[in-house]
Design a protein around this ligand. Structure first.
Ligand SMILES: *Cc1c(COP(=O)(O)O)cnc(C)c1O
Length: 396
């Protein structure tokens, strides 16, 4: 039997074989352990497991074999000591931000964040006496100023949503550590295929596995990856007692998704790279941001920390909301959807959807005006995608 924790395996092998725990039936595909509880061979064993003195599952809010297979595969993939999976990406991120903090602590976050992450930092943490400061993620002087005071935690995304701006992960990690803070990186947009935040100095990596890891638009799931002692001490009590446990069925869907993650993400990224180059030439496109294009404002930072362009493109059409809506409404293949990381290509207008809750000033600070669209590139034939996108641009 192959060792499912083999550290010598290369990434593609880890994504297919990592964490596999076969039952006595020797099934080739991972089993779904659809159980909430576990029976014990004896009362003594029940007492020992509950006291944490014996190995074994006690209740699926605490742990489940299918979820554990996924956590082990993700940890092996990311090169992290340990991993926990949760019911959604926000379940993972909320636990990672809130659990280690107490009243009087300070959190520093980049301005450009996924909407719900921003809500936690700007609305929820202050209610518990946790101060949050937002800084322009690309401005290292602003990071240095914000991190000149003791800080508990720093939260960033790179590339960020929706303009695909870069945060210099290694530089922010050094500043965060000097301030006594943990650096948490939401690595959803880059995917683990193209960016390894732990190697760049991050302490914890969080994912919405809803996106590329499922990759087929089916289930919600989240993951937290990092050092075992920190996760056991700080995160586990929160997860066990507040209950964002993942469904074993959803964990199984993502386990199967991981087996093709590299193939899917590499293919979608190849398509996105070629599409970005063609879309940028269209006369109705004012600006286009794609991490691996030399004209991206943060290209140098992306090039240092990402090994591919990724599956997302941000483009600004000449005009404003009316033109952006006309573009979306002219699409015949690409769906209008705020989701991303799906086999189906999706497009959205962030200012009126994902980023509608921000104030005009906050959007201006991010450089997000009404002309921007976000495109998540899937696995359709590039010729069909190009024809659809070009026809929608021609409609302008
Ligand atoms: C989708 C997403 C999340 C939230 O994940 P859910 O699975 O929807 O809860 C967090 N961060 C980023 C960057 C995302 O794209």
């Amino acid at each position: 039997m192959p060792d499912p924790d083999n550290q010598d395996w290369r990434p593609a092998t880890r994504l297919v074989r990592g964490g596999l725990l076969r039952s006595r039936h020797g099934e080739t595909s991972e089993a779904i352990f659809a159980t909430s509880g576990y029976a014990y061979p004896s009362a003594e064993d029940a007492a020992a497991r509950m006291a944490g003195n014996a190995e074994g599952y006690v209740y699926s809010r605490y742990g489940n074999p299918t979820n554990q297979m996924l956590a082990d595969r993700l940890a092996l993939m990311e090169g992290a000591q340990t991993c926990r999976v949760t019911a959604s990406g926000m379940g993972a991120i909320a636990a990672t931000i809130i659990a280690p903090c107490k009243t009087g602590d300070r959190v520093v976050a980049a301005t450009a964040l996924f909407g719900s992450c921003r809500h936690i930092c700007s609305q929820i943490l202050p209610r518990y006496g946790i101060e949050t400061e937002f800084v322009d993620g690309g401005d290292l002087d602003a990071w240095a100023r914000a991190l000149s005071k003791p800080t508990r935690l720093v939260l960033i995304e790179s590339p960020s949503n929706p303009l695909l701006s870069a945060v210099d992960i290694a530089a922010v990690a050094a500043l965060a550590h000097a301030a006594g803070a943990l650096l948490v990186v939401d690595n959803v947009f880059a995917t683990p295929i193209f960016q390894k935040p732990l190697d760049l100095g991050a302490d914890l990596v969080v994912y919405s596995a809803t996106k590329h890891m499922d990759g087929q638009g089916r289930v919600l799931l989240g993951a937290i990856l990092g050092p075992a002692d920190f996760i056991e001490d700080q995160i586990d009590p929160w997860l066990k007692h507040t209950g964002p446990a993942a469904s074993p069925f959803n964990a199984w869907v993502v386990l199967k998704g991981l087996e093709t993650l590299e193939l899917r993400v590499q293919q979608a990224s190849r398509t996105a790279t070629r599409l970005a180059d063609r879309l940028a030439l269209h006369p109705s496109v004012a600006r286009l941001h794609y991490p691996s294009r030399p004209d991206h404002p943060d290209h140098a930072v992306h090039a240092r920390q990402m090994s591919g362009g990724g599956t997302l493109i941000a483009l600004s059409v000449k005009g404003a909301r009316a033109e952006a809506f006309r573009f979306l409404n002219a699409l015949k293949l690409v769906d209008i959807s705020n989701n991303l990381g799906d086999t189906k290509s999706l497009a959205c207008h962030p200012a009126s959807t994902t980023h509608r809750a921000l104030s005009d000033d906050e959007r201006k600070e991010m450089g997000l005006d009404e002309s921007w669209l976000r495109l998540s590139v899937g696995l359709e034939d590039i010729a069909d995608l190009e024809a659809d996108l070009m026809a929608a641009l021609d409609a302008l």
